[in-house]
Design a protein around this ligand. Structure first.
Ligand code: GDP
Length: 441
């Protein structure tokens, strides 16, 4: 599904039409793709309305193009669709917690059951795996081996009474004090109806706290029908998207999310037992947007935004002709957010550079960390009126910031130097202005 989105983004970035026309074109294509993939129409309209509003209102920081900024907006809004900054709750709300895994054969269900077992085991839970896939030969043995490797409890029985095995397995696991019980189920049967019937019976027998749907990232459009069929039989509580390591796709998962209302909890990123990651919406969207250098782009934009803020602070400082410790503090915070000082030196234009050369040019990133700690340990009053900082205050600040009195002294010395420099600059500017007035320049 998101192939369409990816294409639209590419087209947008290449387009020679004016910005607003390109935005409108992109939005039309986005709507078409999402609606075609059965994403809820209302959801699509809300999403594109927000994108459009932001696209026309927001101004990128100097140095960034509007088109790059637009990609960032699309990325953020799509990520919101998947949950944004919210990350799913992985801690079971109660114990014992019974998870029933469902999904078609080959999706990675058994492997994921093993991975999940390990995930919770290393977080201190007593975990049990129950093998109730009686249809695929070897599925029980595969899970037994995974259970051994993850060092968790294991239950199965010979024969093909899948529902009975699941029921007795869950009871046994409870009697062993298991806190998380994971039941692996069949992914294929004589036909689909048989499979769904078995899932329904099993779910009625074991009453799972959570039904987890396993979807292979590469199945694309089919994800919707699949999720819908399972959801009708056994309401899906959460989703795992597997094999994200092998494909740049995974968009089908969005349809699965849309039809079930369930959230994606984990993603599988390899065959190994530890290759299971809690789902992070932003990372996922970056992947399906397929822009290889999206991260680089976002980082660059972030840098430019910070540079812009820093420039603004520096400009104010120069206009005032004075600097407070608070200004210094904000400057350092800004620099830290941008990454390293070196980067800053490359980015800061004009005034910032002049300021920066002398003021920050002699210090390295470690010193900045120290200064930040020191400034964080000062009271607001001290930040505004550094003159009140006597020896005893210095001692308190040093202790509070895990530094020494000498460090605090150094920072204050540096600050005084900066201040002197800024005042001189202001005077020079004043003189220059007067000269210019005189010669009517
Ligand atoms: P099941 O039939 O759904 O139980 O599927 P299996 O657990 O047997 O997995 C099918 C195949 O997919 C196996 O070869 C697994 O090693 C592989 N697999 C499962 N999850 C992942 C994953 O996240 N990444 C990769 N690369 N392979 C996976």
């Amino acid at each position: 599904m998101l192939d369409g989105v990816r294409e639209a983004v590419k087209k947008f970035l290449r387009s020679s039409a004016d910005y607003e026309t390109s935005v409108n074109l992109f939005i039309k294509e986005l709507q078409k793709t999402l609606i075609k993939s059965d994403v809820n129409v209302k959801l699509v309209l809300q999403l594109t309305k927000r994108i459009r509003e932001r696209a026309l209102k927001e101004r990128p920081p100097p140095g960034a193009s509007r088109r790059d900024w637009f990609v960032k907006i699309v990325y953020e809004e799509l990520a919101n669709l998947f949950g944004g900054d919210k990350e799913p709750e992985l801690k079971p709300p109660k114990v014992p917690w019974v998870i029933m895994m469902v999904g078609v054969q080959g999706s990675g269900k058994t492997t994921t059951a093993g991975k999940l077992a390990r995930f919770y085991k290393v977080r201190g839970y007593r975990v049990a795996l129950v093998a109730a896939d009686t249809y695929r030969p070897g599925a029980k043995d595969q899970l037994r081996q995974l259970a051994e490797r993850a060092k968790v409890l294991f239950y199965t029985e010979p024969g093909d009474d899948a529902v009975g095995i699941a029921k007795r397995g869950v009871e046994w696991a409870k009697s062993q004090g298991a806190e998380i019980i994971i039941v692996d189920t069949a992914g294929r049967h004589k036909n689909e109806a048989e499979l769904l019937k078995e899932m329904k019976e099993m779910s009625e027998a074991i009453k799972p706290d959570e039904v987890m749907l396993v979807i292979d990232a590469s199945i694309g459009q089919q994800a919707k029908a699949l999720a819908e069929a399972f959801h009708k039989t056994t309401p899906i509580g959460s989703i795992v998207v597997t094999k994200l390591d092998g494909t740049a796709k995974g968009g089908g998962a969005l349809s699965a999310v849309a039809v079930t209302g369930a959230t994606i909890k984990f993603v599988g990123t390899g065959e190994k037992l530890e290759e299971l990651e809690p789902f992070k919406p932003k990372k996922f969207v970056a992947r399906i947007l397929g822009l290889g250098d999206l991260e680089g782009l976002l980082e660059r934009l972030k840098g430019l935004e910070e540079a812009d803020k820093l420039e603004e602070i520096s400009q104010k400082v120069l206009e005032k002709g004075d600097i407070t410790l608070k200004d210094l503090y904000y400057q350092i915070v800004s620099v830290k957010k941008m990454g390293s000082l070196k980067k800053l030196l490359q980015m800061l234009p004009g005034v910032g550079l002049a300021l920066n050369d002398k003021v920050l040019g002699q210090v390295d990133d470690k010193v900045l960390d120290k200064w930040l700690a020191i400034l964080n340990s000062m009271t607001l009053e001290e930040l505004e009126k550094p003159n009140i900082i006597d020896r005893s205050r210095m001692r308190r600040i040093a202790i509070g910031s895990g530094t020494s009195v000498k460090d605090v002294e150094e920072l204050l010395k540096h600050y005084q130097m900066t201040r002197k420099m800024i005042r001189q600059l202001k005077r020079k500017r004043g003189m220059l202005n007067k000269l210019m007035e005189k010669f009517e320049l």
